[in-house]
Design a protein. Structure first.
Length: 256
């Protein structure tokens, strides 16, 4: 690839990465574009959680049946683990020859050439971009330069997507507060208000359970509403609601 062609390809990739503000779409778009940019058969972006472990893994190239067979997210072993703990790019012509190589889990396709670079968001490592099995020979210096540049653009795009997501979330919370105020002023039954507050908090926070408890005149908490998924249906958005005031002790709070 000539310098001019590479720069044009990188420019097109940067523009494409920045197109849109939904973070899930952005992750998939970054991975797909990275694979196309350096002609890699496999590509993935691993997002690190607060504990430094992989919390999300978006990939292209591994079919659904193989992904299901692999199962769990990468655990930070081998070459991927090296990238999770260091911010320098890693490029090898054969993964098996890397000193940190730990092999592949059952069901995982065998990969040879590998290129990995960190993705920084607001100066912190957000995750790592992985590419494997370049179709025509090993990854080159130019490939590494292109992917490092793309990772920089991806970091900006993801920062914007994160800010947009937070803005959207704040707007939804504010709308809920306004609607609850309206409900209170309409003088509906307190039980209905309590249930509505708990349900809105549950939906907006994506929590497993939302509890509304208010201290009474003596300082004891009184349980007014609980909203959660039906027992045994954790993936369902159907709701099980308790709207009966019940006094609870501190011991019960900590035990639960």
């Amino acid at each position: 690839m000539s310098d001019t062609t590479a720069q044009n390809a990188l420019l097109d990739a940067v523009v494409a990465v920045a197109d849109g503000l939904e973070i899930d779409d952005a992750l998939t778009r970054i991975v797909t574009i990275a694979a196309d940019l350096v002609d890699a058969k496999f590509a993935a972006l691993g997002v690190l959680g607060p504990n430094g472990r992989m919390s999300r893994f978006v990939q292209v190239g591994v079919d659904d049946s193989a992904a299901t067979a692999i199962g769990r997210l990468p655990q930070g072993l081998g070459v991927l683990g090296t990238l999770m703990h260091h911010t320098d790019p890693v490029r090898v012509s054969d993964v098996a020859t890397h000193p940190k190589s730990a092999g592949f889990p059952p069901g995982h396709p065998v990969m040879r050439s590998f290129l990995g670079v960190p993705v920084l968001v607001a100066g912190r490592v957000y995750g790592n971009l992985y590419l494997a099995d370049k179709r025509h020979g090993p990854f080159t210096d130019e490939d590494e330069r292109l992917v490092v540049s793309l990772a920089g653009a991806a970091g900006v795009a993801l920062a914007n997507a994160r800010m947009y997501g937070l803005s959207q979330q704040r707007q939804k919370w504010q709308e809920s507060v306004t609607e609850i105020d309206t409900l209170v002023l309409s003088e509906v039954e307190p039980e209905i208000v309590a249930e509505d507050i708990a349900r809105r908090a549950w939906l907006l926070s994506s929590a497993a359970v939302a509890v509304l408890a208010v201290p009474d005149a003596s300082g004891h908490l009184v349980l007014h509403a609980v909203v959660t998924a039906y027992p045994g249906h954790a993936d369902s958005r159907r709701q099980w609601v308790l709207s009966r005031a019940r006094r609870i002790t501190d011991a019960q709070v900590f035990a639960d």
